[in-house]
Structures are given as structure tokens and as C-alpha cells.
Design a protein around this ligand. Structure first.
Ligand SMILES: Nc1ncnc2c1ncn2[C@@H]1O[C@H](COP(=O)(O)OP(=O)(O)O)[C@@H](O)[C@H]1O
Ligand SMILES: [Mg+2]
Length: 346
């Protein structure tokens, strides 16, 4: 089997209903060994509920969870959950740690609870605290820590017993850019050590920066799951931004716009726009890299004085993400309307 696609966790037709809402709706998802799978969706989409189901903190109404242990996928149940979950580290919904504990105390406690070999605990705790650059803080009380530092300790609490899988719920949310970057680097480092990471966020850019694949969830339904590359190439519309030398007044804009239009009109899906705020021409096209190349080639060959040419990755994905979410919003509303009608008839 291709090690890249060895399934390590499998969710099959997973459904979790609360009184008024189906938080997770017939979810099918596979997590591959060694990947970072980003779990992306707006607030209330069902991310935390899914992770709690994997952690056995909640029980599904329908469906099954399989976890690979000893080389084979085994169905999670109340009988084997301790055994199957031993190899997974969880950080779910910003935990509040006792403020008067130190990282050493907290992590030692977690390691003991998880049955990590006692003799190795001291070393392991020091080693992982060192890994996140907090050695000097190992005996300081958590109450004095910044949010980013606490979050790092939170991630360490999930991995202190050295599991090979990590399930992390919004580990970057609410952090400043520097702390976010540090967490991102930590996650990549863990991936390089061979760990599998299932990571949620409601912000696309947090996921886009590090995930190998992205699963998008909305109203409990999985609306897309693929590599970033494939998702991008599915994006229906895209935009090239071109900045030209010597565009100083309306006349220059009109003239250059007219010329670009004449040269590459046939490649575009909509008319050219000029963005006054950023000073760039925006060329809407279908995202096909072949066309992107042609457009650039033609503009250069015709001596357009291009000083900047970009197809913004984040924008493109953002478009795709919003497309998926709004489509699922629409379907959800229609479904609700029908459900209300049915209720009335009954
Ligand atoms: N314990 C609960 N009781 C009732 N409803 C809940 C409970 N937990 C979550 N929900 C609802 O389930 C939906 C999904 O929530 P959640 O999984 O927390 O979403 P996310 O983590 O993506 O923001 C939301 O509509 C939320 O209000
Ligand atoms: Mg959540």
C-alpha cells in the first residue's frame, strides 16, 4: 500500500444530533498516515463535535469510527477506546489550565495519566518544553504566561506521551501573528517527525499554510476534501493582477486597459477592471494555468511594461471556500424550508 494513503483514522457515515441541530451529518472522512489534514469550516460547522466523537467524549447517533492499531483498522467502541485512543493526543476547545501549576507539573501529570513510562517522564517533559523554546519557563506558573505560550503548553499536553496522531482543535485561533507562526512551525516539525495531524480552524489561511489536504465542513456536512492544489484547480474563477509601469492618470489607464483587452480578451471570463486603490489591472479568468502562462506571454511579447503579475493563492482559495460554504448554506436553507413545510402538513 502507498504509505501516503494508508488510512489511520476513518469516519464512516458519522452523525451526531443534538436537540435542535444535526451537528455532524453523515460524515465520511479518512485521515492518512503522516499528513496534516486541515479541517476547515465556519463557527458552528461541526468541527469540535467531530473531534469530540473521535475522542469518545461524545457518542454518535449513527456511524462508526475506525482507528488503526497494530496494523489494522479497528472499530472504536466503549470496550476498546482506552487502547485505541492511547496513540492519539487531543487538544479540544481551549482548555483552561490551573494557573498556579507549572509546565513541568502539568505535563508530568498528563504523562502519568496516559501511562507513559515513569522513568522517562522527566526527560520527556524537559525535551518537549525545550523543543518549543520554553525551557526557561518550565518551572514558572502558567498564570504568568502569554496566550501563545499557554497554547504551546496545550499542544505539549496533547503530545507528552508521544502519540503518533494529534487531533488539535483550533490551535492557532486567537493568537498574534508571531505566536501563530511559532505554532505553525511546531506543527510542521511534528509532521516531519512522522506524526499525523488532524487540525481544525475556521480561518482558511491558517489551514492553507500547512495542510497537505483540506476537508471543508459546513452545517455538519463535508462539502469538499482534497489537496489544496486540486481544490484550487476546481475554483471556477480566478484573477490575475497586473501592475504596469507609468500609469499616472485616467488617460494612461484607459489606453493600457484598451490595449490589454485587445490582446487577451479571448482568454478572459469577464471584462478587465482597474483597481484604483491598489493601482492594478484585474483580469478575471478561469484559473487554468495554461491560460495564465499564455496571458503573461502575450503581454510581455507585446511590450506591455509589466512590473508585477500575481495570481493570489489565498484569494483563489478564499473564493472556492466561500463558494462551497454559500452553496451549502443555500442547500441547508432549502432543506429547512422543506422540513418546515413537512411539519406543517403533518
Ligand atoms: N453540547 C451541545 N448541545 C447542543 N448543541 C451543541 C452542543 N455542542 C455543539 N452544539 C451545536 O452543534 C453545532 C456544531 O457545533 P461545533 O461542533 O462546536 O462547531 P464548530 O466547532 O465547527 O464551531 C452548532 O450548531 C452548535 O451550537
Ligand atoms: Mg469549535
Amino acid at each position: 500500500m502507498d504509505p501516503k494513503t494508508e488510512v489511520i483514522i476513518q469516519l464512516k457515515n458519522l452523525t451526531k444530533k443534538f436537540k435542535f441541530v444535526t451537528a455532524v451529518n453523515n460524515l465520511n472522512l479518512e485521515i492518512y498516515k503522516g499528513e496534516i489534514l486541515g479541517f476547515l469550516g465556519p463557527n458552528g460547522a461541526g468541527k469540535t463535535t467531530t473531534m469530540k466523537l473521535i475522542a469518545s467524549l461524545l457518542h454518535p447517533n449513527e456511524g462508526e469510527i475506525f482507528i488503526r492499531e497494530n496494523g489494522k483498522l479497528q472499530k472504536l467502541s466503549s470496550h476498546n477506546k482506552d487502547y485505541l485512543l492511547d496513540n492519539i493526543g487531543f487538544l479540544i476547545e481551549n482548555p483552561e489550565f490551573y494557573k498556579d501549576r507549572t509546565p513541568r507539573q502539568l505535563l508530568t501529570l498528563f504523562a502519568k495519566l496516559k501511562g507513559y513510562p515513569r522513568k522517562k517522564i522527566e526527560n520527556q517533559v524537559e525535551e518537549i518544553v525545550h523543543m518549543v523554546g520554553l525551557s526557561q519557563w518550565i518551572d514558572q506558573k502558567l498564570g504568568t504566561f502569554s496566550k501563545g505560550m499557554r497554547q504551546k503548553i496545550g499542544i505539549l499536553s496533547a503530545l507528552v506521551h508521544d502519540p503518533s496522531i494529534l487531533v488539535l482543535d483550533e490551535p492557532q485561533t486567537g493568537l498574534d501573528p508571531k505566536a501563530r507562526r511559532e505554532i505553525r512551525e511546531l506543527l510542521l516539525q511534528l509532521k516531519n517527525q512522522g506524526k499525523t495531524i488532524f487540525l481544525s480552524s475556521h480561518l482558511l489561511y491558517e489551514i492553507a499554510e500547512i495542510a497537505d489536504r483540506v476537508a471543508i465542513i459546513s452545517h455538519g456536512i463535508l462539502v469538499a476534501c482534497d489537496t489544496l492544489e486540486n481544490l484550487e484547480s476546481q475554483a471556477k474563477s480566478s484573477q490575475i493582477q497586473v501592475e504596469l509601469l507609468n500609469i499616472k492618470n485616467m488617460n494612461d489607464i484607459n489606453e493600457a486597459g484598451f490595449q490589454i483587452d485587445k490582446l487577451i480578451q479571448s482568454f478572459l471570463s469577464e471584462p478587465i477592471r482597474y483597481n484604483k486603490d491598489s493601482g492594478v489591472f484585474e483580469l478575471p479568468f478561469d484559473g487554468d494555468p495554461e491560460k495564465q502562462y499564455k496571458i503573461l506571454q502575450i503581454l510581455v511579447q507585446n511590450e506591455m511594461k509589466i512590473i508585477d503579475f500575481t495570481v493570489s493563492k489565498a484569494d483563489l482559495l478564499e473564493t472556492l471556500y466561500l463558494q462551497h460554504i454559500s452553496q451549502s448554506d443555500k442547500t441547508y436553507k432549502e432543506f429547512q424550508k422543506k422540513a418546515i413545510k413537512v411539519e406543517k402538513i403533518i
